[in-house]
Design a protein around this ligand. Structure first.
Ligand SMILES: CCCCCCCCCCCCC[C@H](O)CC(=O)SCCNC(=O)CCNC(=O)[C@H](O)C(C)(C)COP(=O)(O)OP(=O)(O)OC[C@H]1O[C@@H](n2cnc3c(N)ncnc32)[C@H](O)[C@@H]1OP(=O)(O)O
Ligand code: NAD
Length: 310
């Protein structure tokens, strides 16, 4: 059961975000960007959510509205009127745009949550670096790429770091705050204060592949897929084992479907290339087969499991 009491407590302490950041531009209005925009707005931040596609933005605004409703039902269960006010005021703080440059002109913080592709992230940050105010902090929500390597595209390396949220953002209470080699202490402290202010429990780590959680999740999920591929156990039993045996809310194969098998494959292939001697990161024929057949998990209706189309 999700501890909404914790979210409520975080929310109340975050309603006056105690940091230098008031205006946040989130670039990438997909799964993660929409969640980051939501938690920022509900903590009182002014948010501009940017995506290439206005269709994506329209879909994301709808899902943000629905998810705010879920949060409101928990926090204001005895006062629905207040709940409606919470939702409408939070939604009013979120603007959308398709031009990242103009959307970053007034930003104190830009959080990037676009496609996990180094070249595309470089192109975006290079463009923003030349246009955004000098004080603006840049952060990437990347799952698996190096913060230092992404920062190579900008001059403001002292104002660049990692803010790694977890899916689904409104529910997962962790935020990994990553200090790059040249991130200044002031930037790091501002990111930590902002993360706390939007209701997250912040941990910090160096710029190491996968930071903390994914570095442990990658081998875990990879080994679960190999266990299934060898026929040692069924997908269902593997997932039940980890839910009842290790207390996880989702089993590894369920989680792989939830995050997306293409994302899993992308990360594994990237780390195999970077660490060819590490057998834990070896390619997995079954994963490659599912991805090649377009069975990407929840987002396509089938992965290790079949899902009803919503
Ligand atoms: C091949 C191997 C190598 C590669 C492997 C790579 C793996 C790692 C890398 C993957 C890629 C990137 C990963 C990323 O960088 C880091 C991550 O995000 S890792 C994933 C972390 N997340 C999890 O582990 C999720 C675990 N699951 C859960 O916590 C829960 O199942 C759930 C998702 C919260 C759903 O909860 P349930 O109880 O099952 O179902 P409900 O639907 O009832 O939801 C419960 C409760 O939560 C509220 N809620 C759910 N979703 C949202 C939402 N989107 N917004 C707001 N609220 C939400 C909902 O209100 C429910 O409460 P109720 O309404 O019932 O009162
Ligand atoms: N999915 C997860 O579980 C998860 C969790 C944590 C971090 N991440 C990371 O967050 C980032 C986004 O992941 P996601 O799952 O939200 O992906 P997504 O595909 O749901 O969303 C990405 C969005 O970025 C948009 N986009 C792509 N290029 C763009 C550009 N140049 N300018 C503006 N918008 C652009 C796309 O239109 C898309 O809507 C990735 O770096 C990923 O590694 C993902």
């Amino acid at each position: 059961m999700i501890q909404f009491g914790v979210i409520a407590r975080n929310f109340s302490s975050s309603s006056a975000v105690q940091s230098a950041i008031k205006n946040v531009t989130v670039i990438g209005g997909g799964l993660m960007g929409s969640g980051i925009a939501q938690v920022s707005a509900q903590a009182g931040q002014n948010v501009i959510l940017v995506d290439l596609s206005s269709d994506v933005l329209a879909k994301s605004q709808k899902s943000i509205g629905n998810n705010l409703g879920r949060v409101a039902k928990k926090i204001y269960k005895d006062n629905p009127k207040e709940g409606e006010k919470f939702v409408s005021e939070s939604m009013a703080r979120i603007k959308t745009a398709t031009d990242p440059v103009s959307a970053s002109q007034g930003a104190d913080l830009v959080v990037e949550a676009i496609v996990e592709n180094m070249d595309i992230k470089h192109q975006l940050f290079k463009k923003l670096d030349a246009a955004a105010p000098n004080h603006t902090i840049f952060a990437s929500n990347t799952s698996s790429l190096s913060i230092n390597e992404i920062a190579a595209a900008v001059k403001r390396k002292d104002k660049f770091g990692g803010l790694h949220f977890f899916n689904p953002v409104p529910v997962m209470r962790l935020l990994e705050v990553v200090k790059g080699a040249e991130t200044s202490t002031a930037t790091y402290e501002t990111m930590m204060a902002w993360g706390k202010g939007v209701g997250k429990t912040c941990i910090t780590c160096k710029d190491t592949p996968g930071f903390v959680v994914n570095r442990l999740l990658v081998p875990y999920i990879a080994e679960a897929i190999r266990l299934f591929e060898r026929g040692d156990a069924s997908a269902r039993d593997i997932d039940i084992a980890m839910k009842l045996g290790a207390g996880y809310p989702m089993g590894p194969l369920e989680l792989a479907d939830y995050v997306g098998l293409d994302t899993n494959k992308f990360i594994l292939d990237g780390w195999h290339k970077k660490y060819p001697q590490e057998t834990l990161f070896n390619p997995i024929p079954l994963l490659n087969k599912l991805v090649s057949e377009g069975k990407l998990g929840v987002k396509t209706g089938e992965g290790f499991y079949k899902y009803e189309k919503k």
